[in-house]
Ligand binder design. Structure first.
Ligand code: GLU
Length: 380
């Protein structure tokens, strides 16, 4: 028996191990007063508590800093220059973080604020840092509340919309479901505000040019993601093995709505997050160097463990921290690909040494592994 699209969306949400929930400003901030929509956040916090109780890990990507900061600083709607928006974000982010900590905290959920820039997700050196921080927070049972670091991001280097940021966060953390909550029910085959006959598309198994045409063009205003940015987010996630749901968050229990078969658009993931990540590391990245390892390290790798400096016998290449490298055994056989924790000159210093010597050898307390097992793929 085949599942209905609604049942599949519900199962995706309840079955996800790691969930990213993106919350748009229009849900969180009352447009007329510019104040936080407290009742809404309280209700969402109940839902997050429910997800945590069934053992799901949650990351929240929340907009709203600019919308909250603007009235707080007394800025008029006309004051929309970049530095005014950045000032608003700086002030509003404090209000936002406080609200999350307060409201989620009442339900026993601990939160941590993570502000990211485009560079933190696109540049592999910084990507590794952001990824391990987020992973660690999740391991500690904390709900990371993520936003763009609007105060430092200029036009050229910012996302500008949290839809794509949320997709990158989902990809980076190997999440298996992203929920984009905004003020629309999902993707329609025509603009529903202009076309009474527009129909909701409940499921997308492939993002074709026809589907793209339905989303129209991107809204370019600061902090407003249109359907086009949502589709871009879905595209990123689908390729990363993460299912994506676009749903209306206007009601008080948007997740429960999805779970009970309410309207939304479900995008089918391509494969699993793990497979997508392995494909990315082993198949898409060009290796920038080679690490030769001894038999003990080979055994450890085959047992699913990380590569420690003690097992590295030689190193070659021009790689930086975060670049892909090939791992080879003494017989010259390529064993694995991975993202290096250290640059080539640093690995040169660490070869054959114990991890507790790293600080002395490099002058700072770096990570124990030359390649962490999460960033390592065995070649068959
Ligand atoms: N980062 C912006 C904010 O918090 C919002 C971006 C968006 O709405 O997509 O105000």
């Amino acid at each position: 028996m085949t599942m209905t699209s609604e049942a599949r969306a519900a199962a995706t949400l309840t079955g996800a191990r790691r969930l990213v929930i993106k919350i748009g400003s229009s849900l969180l901030v009352d447009a007329a007063s510019g104040q936080l929509n407290r009742a809404w956040l309280e209700a969402l916090a109940d839902e997050l508590e429910r997800c945590r109780a069934r053992d799901q890990e949650i990351l929240v990507v929340s907009s709203g800093a600019i919308a909250l900061g603007r009235p707080y600083l007394g800025l008029t709607p006309e004051q929309r220059r970049l530095e005014e928006l950045q000032a608003a974000a700086a002030a509003g982010q404090v209000l936002l973080a406080h609200a999350y900590q307060d409201i989620l905290g009442k339900r026993g959920l601990r939160v941590a604020q993570v502000l990211l820039t485009l560079d933190d997700t696109e540049n592999r050196r910084r990507y590794l840092n952001a990824r391990s921080t987020l992973q660690r927070l999740l391991k500690l049972g904390v709900v990371p509340v993520v936003n763009e670091n609007d105060t430092v991001a200029t036009h050229e280097i910012r996302y500008g919309d949290n839809d794509r940021l949320a997709a990158r966060v989902a990809e980076m953390t190997s999440a298996d479901c992203l929920v984009l909550l905004s003020d629309v029910d999902g993707l329609y085959d025509a603009d529903p505000t202009a076309n009474a006959g527009a129909r909701l598309i409940p499921a997308v198994t492939e993002i074709t040019p026809e589907i793209e045409a339905m989303a129209g063009t991107a809204a370019t205003e600061y902090g407003t993601g249109g359907m086009a940015t949502k589709l871009m987010a879905a595209r990123i996630c689908v390729g990363a093995g993460c299912a994506t749901l676009i749903a209306n968050g206007r009601g008080l229990k948007p997740l429960a709505q999805i779970e009970s078969g309410g309207p939304c658009t479900w995008f089918a993931p391509r494969g699993t997050p793990l497979a997508a990540r392995k494909q990315w590391i082993a198949g898409s990245l060009v290796p920038r160097g080679v690490l030769v390892i001894d038999a003990g390290a080979e055994q450890a790798l085959r047992a699913g463990r990380s590569l420690l400096p003690v097992g590295v016998t030689a190193v070659d290449g021009t790689f930086q921290r975060g670049d892909a490298v090939t791992v080879r055994n003494a017989a010259g056989q390529d064993l694995a690909r991975g993202l290096a924790t250290y640059a080539v000159d640093e690995v040169g210093k660490l070869c054959g040494r114990r991890s507790d010597e790293i600080e002395e050898l490099l002058g700072y307390r770096g990570r124990d592994e030359v390649i962490h097992r999460d960033n390592l793929v065995l070649l068959d």
